[in-house]
Write a protein that binds this ligand. Structure first.
Ligand code: NOJ
Length: 744
């Protein structure tokens, strides 16, 4: 019986694989048949993406067969009209693909991606991306420009909000989850949208955190850090498309980077989808000083392997003459068109070009809102809880202050084009709705928005706070202060927010600060002055109920930081997985306050650290508190000497020693102690979410393939090098008992 079941399963799996192979073979055949019929002009048309700004002109261009895609149409009727022109009025009837920035939700807005990463819950993140796909596809959008999987280590960079943080492993896991959610089980399902991993590559390493700025990433850093998530989504999530970045790395703009696009992406990773440029990043190669004019920019981008051009129109203008001048080969054009058609066929656009547009049935569905609420709950990080002031214990009067307590627009965060603020549930609304009958709630924003400089209301705030049992202070950033082109050089609270906090702290009423922001802010002083701090990122449509559930202990916080919080801007760049240096600090260094006057200079015993703020972050990567406590015990390794193809088993016992049920995110870090090149002091290799009732204890096991310790060493080949390794299992990137093993 069992045997026959197994056999049936094998046959089923074999059948699945075979049918996938057949369908991809069928698609390849169709592509070749169509390609043969296409004129050069029609091919170039497929490589052109229009923006929806001027649809009247677009309709004409589409009818002439000179567009393969339009970005940012969100009205199903307009989408169908444009599609009808492409399908019914062009010679070959090739459908358009409609793209849009659906970054963290379409109508139902989820936490910003940085917040989603703090959940360490890829299953839930995948569900959120699925909801986004279901809502967006109903308007005709079959392609999102997400996920952004740029490794981001500088909170000055506004786009850190859109990233999954600083770590290649966590970003890979989240990127795979998002792509799986967007693309669904099968791309041809009308509710699936093609994913687009961006920005290829290195965009997040902009010098000084200033958007679009130059980067200086070495090939080894690319391969060991910045490219890791891209390789993973290509290989493990069947990613449909990739977007080139704006930055020039080592003088080479990404849209002209043949090495990355051809050698790495196509040859090494065998990527079969298509590459789109970022908005006008092709003609911007002229501004970079990498091309003398738009024509040369088009030549360089086509030859580098950018298949589709986003909006700047240089392909349509120059590709034909470039071909006549033999500067680009017809095979290069053919390959680009093949890549684009492959995704159009896979999406089923030829069979199903139009959209029903039943938007009322899918937008903001109850089940979508539930997922948004759960993800917001899991993304919020408890940074401080002095004297277990949280969860709140039946307060009679609550004073609510701050510009983010009732900010339905800002709570949604950056990159929200389609979410409607009328659907946002703010913390103030949720508090009143859930507890308004039993608790006296007094609300005064005092500051109207995060940059507000008006202190007129401070006296009033003081009086109200004195009468209350607890103060809930909602601070942070307006959504427009993070995101594209919104970099900052000062990460302290804007406006008079810190002053307001200080004023309230002086009343001695217990103070809970809830921060909504698109990035880590430098909040050392404010954390000290608050009794408890919750970091909520920009939590999206359902952020309000999520925060209230956490404050009242309906849900226990479990989020962990996907990014290091520096104490001040001067410490940046600051990330946990840094190299050790030859003179690592050990905590016993002198600092500004204890250097003797007229001390003589010495070159002995010096260490690498900042005299004024040391090397410790305010909060390390992976950090986050719970209302309960977890004890890690009996960490044991299956072996201490291993071969390169072994799997190391690590077991431990995790006990909930507190009074609340809770979820711990157990993190496994490793370090290769000596290798052909120096490696990070710790690297996240795995994590697990473990749910425990109060007092409960569970055995936890990790299986770590030794091959996961491979890296690009001196010879630029990826492999495991023999030697000694340290390993930690703990609740953040600086905790955990160290155990060691050796690879022979
Ligand atoms: C520019 C941004 O860099 C990119 O991420 C986005 O997808 C495009 N604009 C399209 O809006």
């Amino acid at each position: 019986m069992k045997k026959s079941c197994f056999l049936a399963l094998l046959l089923f799996l074999f059948g699945l694989k075979a049918s996938a192979q057949t369908s991809s073979a069928v698609i390849e055949k169709k592509i070749e048949v169509l390609l043969k019929k296409m004129t050069l002009k029609e091919k170039i048309g497929q490589m052109n993406q229009l923006s929806a700004d001027d649809m009247e002109t677009n309709f004409k261009v589409i009818q002439q067969g000179m567009a393969g895609s339009v970005l940012s149409i969100t009205n199903p009727e307009i989408a169908n009209k444009a599609q009808r022109l492409a399908v019914e009025q062009t010679r070959l009837g090739i459908p358009l693909i409609f793209g849009r920035d659906v970054i963290h939700g379409f109508k139902t807005i989820f936490p910003i991606p940085l917040g989603q990463a703090a959940s360490f819950n890829p299953g839930l993140v995948e569900k959120a991306a699925r909801v986004a796909a279901v809502e967006a596809s109903e308007t005709g959008i079959r392609w999102t420009f997400a996920p952004m999987i740029d490794i981001a280590r500088d909170p000055r960079w506004g786009r850190i909000a859109e990233s999954c943080g600083e770590d290649p492993y966590l970003t890979s896991i989240m990127g795979i989850a998002m792509v799986n959610g967007f693309q669904g089980k099968n791309l041809s399902d009308p509710s699936s949208i093609a994913g687009c991993a961006k920005h290829f590559a290195g965009y997040g390493a902009a010098e000084g955190g200033r958007d679009y700025n130059t980067t200086a990433i070495t090939e080894r850093q690319f391969r060991n850090v910045y490219l890791v998530p891209f390789e993973q989504v290509v290989k493990k999530a069947n990613l449909a498309t990739i977007m080139t970045a704006f930055n020039a790395n080592d003088g080479i703009p990404s849209s002209g980077n043949e090495f990355l696009l051809k050698e790495v992406l196509r040859k090494e990773w065998n990527f079969r989808g298509f590459v789109v440029s970022d908005w006008a990043s092709i003609n911007e190669m002229v501004d970079h000083g990498f091309s003398s004019d738009n024509k040369e920019a088009a030549e360089k981008a086509i030859n580098a392997g950018v298949d589709m051009e986003m909006v700047s129109g240089t392909y349509v203008e120059y590709a034909e003459s470039l071909w006549k001048e033999k500067k680009i080969a017809i095979e290069t054009i053919n390959d680009a068109v093949r890549n684009i058609l492959r995704i159009k066929y896979s999406l089923g656009l030829f069979e199903n070009p139009y959209v029903k547009g039943n938007t009322k049935e899918v937008f903001y569905k109850e089940e979508h809102l539930k997922i948004a609420e759960k993800l917001a709950e899991e993304s919020i990080v408890l940074l401080k809880n002095e004297g277990q002031i949280l969860p709140l214990q039946k307060p009679k009067t609550i004073a609510v202050f701050g510009p983010l307590a009732n900010a339905p627009h800002d709570q949604m965060g950056t990159w929200v084009f389609d979410g409607d603020k009328d659907h946002t549930v703010t913390p103030l609304f949720a508090l009143k709705e859930k507890y308004g009958e039993n608790i006296t709630i007094i609300y005064e924003p005092i500051l109207k928005y995060s940059r507000d400089q008006d202190s007129t209301g401070f006296d009033k705030a003081r009086k109200i706070a004195k009468e209350a049992d607890v103060v809930l202070l909602f601070l942070g950033e307006e959504s427009i202060l993070s995101g594209e082109a919104h970099s900052l050089s000062d990460l302290n609270f804007q406006g008079l927010q810190s002053k307001l906090l200080e004023t309230l702290q002086k009343t001695k009423t217990p103070l809970v600060t809830i921060i909504m922001a698109g990035r880590p802010l430098t909040i050392e002083k404010e954390v000290t002055q608050s009794n408890a701090v919750l970091y909520a990122w920009h939590p999206g449509t359902m952020g309000g109920p999520a925060i209230i559930n956490l404050l009242f202990g309906i849900v226990n916080p479990s989020g962990k930081l996907p990014i290091t919080f520096p104490k001040n801007v001067g410490q940046i760049p600051m990330y946990y997985g840094h190299l050790k240096t030859g003179r690592p600090a050990n905590g016993s260094e002198l600092n500004l306050n204890n250097i003797p006057i007229e001390a003589s200079q010495t070159s002995l015993g010096n260490k690498s650290y900042y005299l004024d703020s040391g090397n410790e972050p305010l909060f390390p990567f992976g950090f986050g508190l719970s209302y309960t406590n977890f004890e890690y015990r009996e960490i044991a390794l299956s072996k201490t000497i291993l071969k390169k193809d072994d799997i190391l088993e690590i077991t431990l016992s995790l006990k909930n020693t507190g009074n609340y049920q809770g979820t711990e995110i157990v993190q496994l870090y490793a370090r290769d102690l000596a290798a052909s090149v120096a490696l990070p002091i710790r690297e996240l290799k795995a994590f697990q979410r473990i749910d425990l009732k109060a007092g409960e204890e569970k055995r936890v096991m990790f299986k770590l393939p030794i091959s996961d310790l491979a890296f690009y060493g001196m010879d630029m080949k990826k492999k495991v090098e023999a030697g000694k390794f340290d390993l930690w299992i703990g609740s953040n990137s600086i905790s955990g008992e160290k155990v060691s093993f050796e690879v022979k």
